[in-house]
Design a protein around this ligand. Structure first.
Ligand code: A3P
Ligand code: MG
Length: 276
């Protein structure tokens, strides 16, 4: 079995250095712009971290493709190995200055998420994992193995939802499943990190407006911990460059509850027109 130690260590190092770039700008009176196409806010932090991460990945792995939120053209995703980079996931939270933002560096191999690093600079929390080989969370110098929860009963599940992009469909699914425990967090990666360390059990994202850089690293971290990430219909996303947008939303869950909750999620997503 290939080890991916070099890829993981390099991605961890690059994520931490990019975190310094974000924090430097976070401490300033940075400007915020709206991205074209309703794609949300962007700052010089997104752009500077993006340029740094892409340059470092190209230097370290010249044969690999790189797709990144602020600079991609998408065509490199068709290579056997491709890195998916979100230099600042949770830009709205960065703008709101609540600390709930992360750097995502993921590697897809053969179109599947394989290696993932999700780094939260505020609070210094780093999730990393290799699918099939386990994952870790590093927090204030301590390193703990990741393992998703085994909460199987839907009514006992802890739901984590977007802080800035709440959805009525998610609320309706939660009600149907009898979920009463809910937590908000920014960033797809941080929400998947909470699942991977078993402090949440399910995450439902009903917009069709996220992109593969939002979920590649989070999926690798979550799967390394035994969890599952698919579209709302229960089908895994392919990271093969054929499509970058996640038109069918995101469902992340522990493995034991997934078969029970996924059909309910799919039914509500179909009724809301997110799945056809
Ligand atoms: N309803 C929605 N519409 C558009 N983008 C959304 C969205 N919900 C989430 N996203 C995207 O998903 C990412 C995480 O969002 P959230 O923090 O709310 O979970 C953000 O990525 P970026 O911050 O990298 O642009 C955001 O743009
Ligand atoms: Mg993002």
């Amino acid at each position: 079995m290939a080890s991916f130690d070099t890829e993981l260590d390099t991605a961890r190092r690059i994520a931490r250095q990019a975190g310094d770039i974000l924090l430097r700008i976070y401490a300033t009176d940075f400007a915020v712009q709206d991205k074209a196409g309703g794609m949300g806010p962007v700052t010089e932090a997104d752009e500077q971290a993006n340029a740094f991460i892409v340059a470092e990945l190209r230097k370290a792995f010249p044969g690999d493709g790189v797709v990144a939120e602020e600079s991609d053209n998408g065509s490199e995703g068709r290579r056997e190995r491709c890195w998916y980079v979100d230099p600042l996931d949770g830009t709205q939270e960065f703008v709101n200055r609540n600390g709930e933002f992360a750097i995502h560096i993921g590697l897809a191999v053969g179109g599947q998420a394989k290696v993932g690093v999700v780094f939260r600079p505020v609070g210094d929390v780093l999730y990393s994992g290799v699918v099939g080989q386990g994952g870790f969370v590093e927090r204030e110098g301590a390193r703990t193995a990741l393992r998703v929860s085994d909460v199987a009963e839907p009514a006992s599940m802890r739901l984590v939802v977007s802080r800035s992009h709440r959805s009525k469909t998610t609320d309706a699914v939660a009600k149907q499943l009898g979920i009463t425990k809910e937590k908000e967090s920014g960033s797809v990666g941080l929400k998947c990190g909470l699942l991977a360390e078993a402090t949440a059990d399910i995450y439902i994202h009903t917009s069709g407006k996220s992109y593969r850089w939002d979920n590649c690293a989070p999926e690798a971290v979550l799967r390394s911990a035994g969890g599952i990430l698919t579209d709302l219909g229960g089908t895994p996303y392919a990271y093969d460059g054929s499509e970058l947008q996640n038109h069918r939303g995101l469902l992340a869950c522990n493995a034991v509850a997934f078969p029970h909750v996924q059909p309910v999620v799919a039914r509500f997503a179909r009724e809301a027109g997110i799945l056809r």
